[in-house]
Structure formats: C-alpha cells, structure tokens
Write a protein that binds this ligand. Structure first.
Ligand code: GLU
Length: 446
C-alpha cells in the first residue's frame, strides 16, 4: 500500500477526523475551511554568498496558519525536506498546539530548504539574515514571532533579533523572537522546555491512571529516536526520573542496550564524534530499527513520517509520546489503535517549547527576568492541565460515540463509520473547538 506522506494532507486527515466531534454542526463546513486554510503563505528566494564565493539560491517559506487567538507563533527550521506543504502543515499544528495549552498565540512556521550539516557558521548567519530581511514586516512582536526548530538554535535567534532590530531601531524588539540566549532576553529553561514538557505529559498521563499497566516512570524502558535538542534532553530527563533509556539514535544510526544505556557516556560520544553511533561496542541500530526495539515508551524526536503503515505493526512500545512534529501517519495511527498502543500526539506532547517561548515573550514585553523554578512550575501546570483536557475529552467522546455516529450519518450519508477517537483526535477536537469558539465570538470581518 502506498501512503500519502504529504504533511499537509496528513494535517488535513487529522483535522477531518476531529471535526465530526466538534459540537453544533450547523454551518460548520464553511467555518471548518476557514480554520484549516493558512492565512498567509510567503515564499522567498534567497541569494546567499557561500564561503567559496559562489552565490547559492535558497528557498525560504513562512506560513501564518491562523491568528484568531493571537499573533502567529512557531519555529524556523533549516532542512533539505522543507517545502511549502511541509511548512503549511507545521504551521497548522502550531495553531492547535497553542490553543491546546491555552496560550494567546496563533500558529505559524518557517523554513529554509538547506542542509545545515554542510554549512559553515558564517553561511548559516548570512542565510538567516537574508531570510529575515526578506520576511520584512511580516514578522514582529505582535504579528508573528519565530523561534528555534530543527537545525536552528539560540545563536540563530540572535541573528534574527539583530537583523530585525537593525530594520526597526529605537524600540524594544526582544519579543520579536523567542529561544534567545540568556544574555539577550532569553529565559532560563527554554532549551530544555520541549523535553521537560514531554516528560510532564508522559508522567502525568501515568499518574492519573490513563496507562493502567504502568504505575510510574521508575524502571520503565524508554527508546528515543533523535538526539537533537528534544531527544537528547529527554534522554537525560527520563533517566533522572528513574526510567531506563534502552535505545537512542540520530540521523546516522543508534545504540541499544536492553539493560539501559549510560546516557552521559552517549552524550560524551555525541559531543566528541558528532553521532551516538559507536557509543557502545555492541547494540548498533539504524534509526528505523530503533522504533521497533522492545520498550514501554517510544519517543520519536526526529522528523515527520517515521511511524508509517509499513512499520506500525512492528512497534513494541505500549505508549508513544511524540516529541517530534508529525512523526506518525494517519494509517499508522489506525494500526496502532487496533494494537492498543496509545499515542500522545505532538500538539500535546511537544508543546513545552512554545509554552516557555510564551513566558519568554511576556518577560521581554515587561523587560523582566524570570527564575528557572518559576518557568518549570508554570510549565508543569500548563502541561498537566492540557493532558487532563485531552484525557477527559477522549473519555467524553467515547462515552457519547453512538450519538456522534448517528449525527454524522444523518449529516453525511454514506460516510464511513466514525472511528473511535484517539488521543490525537481528542486533542485536535479540543484545540479546533477553542479556535472555533474564539472565531465565532469575534465574527467574520467586516
Ligand atoms: N519549534 C517549536 C515547536 O514546534 C517551538 C515553537 C515556538 O517556541 O514558538 O513547537
């Protein structure tokens, strides 16, 4: 079976699975289209002088998906897979993510099609500056606020800030971008926020009894695909919580020890050689094999479309917690549901990054400096509340499934039977429902 892996089609399928569960269907169709279509898609051509003097043409995108609940918010990634549809999907997920954790932002995302692993620091700087200059006033502290994502970091955020500030001198521009370093308006705990959020969600899900086979994270076997910001910090945080991190991987491959890896040793090896491969003499894996190792919790923390119809039948974890955006395809979701493997979706599980970005934005607007313990306490509260909202929503939807099915069949004759809602569908329904409520109370302009 060939699967449609276009991320924007995946986002559409997830949306369509959730809309039947959003109450009061009258007039919903046009509203649904309004909420799904991106508000703005910018595509820019970036001529950049490379270190060897050659002028290379890069393509950059920034999509604002929806600003009903607040200005656009979302990262900028540098990756060879970037195109308009990928950025559209990622921006859509940002809208749902911000609504789900209840922060006053809409969704946006940006990206430049490039292979960051082959670029020098100066080349990366010139690409970033040229990209931000090309976006001009389409970003701003109250319009659209970028942040880090794959292959961009605090240094990239400094270049974004500096470029914007050169174009808008004489005002407080710190809130134009989040994920900045501490000595330039950054907030303590931003770099570990995504992984902390993943941990709070997984831990709380277990704490409230949603995973009857697990009592706590103590001794639980965790496998992590991806050893970038989210994956690496997650390895450390889950180890500190008593879990056994049995396997980790990066884009080159992975290492596996069923008894639990020495995370510090793997980190040291990664710092020294640029990869986790070879951190152990035995237990070599490919990134694909990592997904199939025997474990209790699987944390995909790399790219989209990793768990697909092809490998979902071989996943051995009982719980998947999505630190990456879009790692599981809709067909894989169906297979996992049939196998009773639970999936805590990206828009819930990885929302910690944007939550702490929100704290940084407030801090910058007020010219304040927050303490790390404040950040962590408020992050934990937000993530727990969102987890409870999703668990409760799913329970309510399942309890009333017959009613939803009858209403849906009356409205859409011959439609396939509504599947039992997953946690992803419940999370999407909460987020889209909130966005819709705000849109309706604001009304359609003019
Ligand atoms: N890139 C991160 C995400 O996908 C963070 C976005 C932000 O902080 O604005 O959620």
């Amino acid at each position: 079976m060939t699967e449609d892996l276009n991320p924007h089609h995946v986002a559409r399928r997830q949306f369509d699975l959730a809309t039947p569960f959003i109450g009061d269907l009258d007039g919903w169709r046009g509203m649904a289209e309004w909420l799904f279509q991106p508000e703005q898609i910018l595509s820019v051509t970036l001529p950049v002088e490379m270190d060897d003097g050659y002028v290379h043409i890069f393509h950059g995108y920034r999509v604002i998906h929806n600003t009903v609940r607040g200005p656009g918010k979302g990262g900028i990634r540098f990756h060879p897979s970037i195109d308009a549809d990928e950025v559209k999907a990622l921006a859509t997920w940002m809208t749902w993510k911000c609504a789900l954790v209840d922060i006053p932002f809409g969704g946006a995302k940006g990206g430049v099609n490039c292979d960051a692993t082959t670029l020098s620091k100066n080349e990366k700087r010139r690409i970033t500056r040229r990209f931000i200059a090309a976006l001009g006033d389409n970003i701003g502290p109250h319009t659209d606020i970028p942040a880090p994502d794959m292959y961009t970091d605090a240094q990239t955020m400094v270049w974004i800030y500096d470029t914007y500030h050169m174009m808008h001198p004489g005002q407080n521009n710190l809130p134009v971008v989040t994920g900045k370093p501490l000595d330039l308006g950054g907030i303590p705990g931003r770099s570990t926020a995504t992984a902390r959020g993943v941990y709070f969600v997984a831990n709380h899900f277990i704490e409230i009894g949603a995973m009857p086979s697990l009592n706590s994270l103590d001794g639980v076997r965790v496998a992590i695909q991806g050893f970038g910001n989210a994956g690496r910090n997650a390895a450390r945080i889950f180890r500190d919580a008593g879990a056994a991190v049995v396997a980790v991987s990066d884009s080159r491959g992975g290492v596996h020890d069923p008894k639990g890896l020495d995370v510090a040793r793997v980190e040291a090896h990664k710092d020294e050689t640029g990869t986790v491969v070879g951190a152990l003499d035995n237990g070599k894996l490919t990134p694909g094999e990592l997904l199939e190792v025997e474990c209790d919790i699987l944390i995909p923390a790399a790219l989209q479309n990793q768990i697909t119809a092809e490998n979902a039948g071989r996943i051995q974890a009982r719980l998947i917690v999505e630190a990456a955006n879009g790692p599981t395809t809709p067909l894989a979701d169906e297979i996992l549901a049939d196998r009773d493997i639970k999936v805590l979706p990206d828009i819930l599980a990885n929302a910690g990054g944007v939550v702490v970005s929100y704290f940084e934005w407030i801090q910058n607007l007020q010219n304040e400096q927050w303490e790390e313990h404040q950040v962590d306490e408020l992050l934990a509260k937000k993530m727990r509340r969102a987890t409870e909202a999703v668990v409760t929503e799913r329970r309510t939807l399942c309890d009333n499934l017959d009613e939803y099915r009858i209403r849906w069949e009356e409205r859409v004759p011959n439609a396939p039977k509504l599947p039992t809602p997953s946690y992803r569908t419940a999370a999407t329904a909460v987020a889209v429902g909130r966005t819709r409520a705000t849109a309706e109370s604001r009304g359609v302009w003019p």
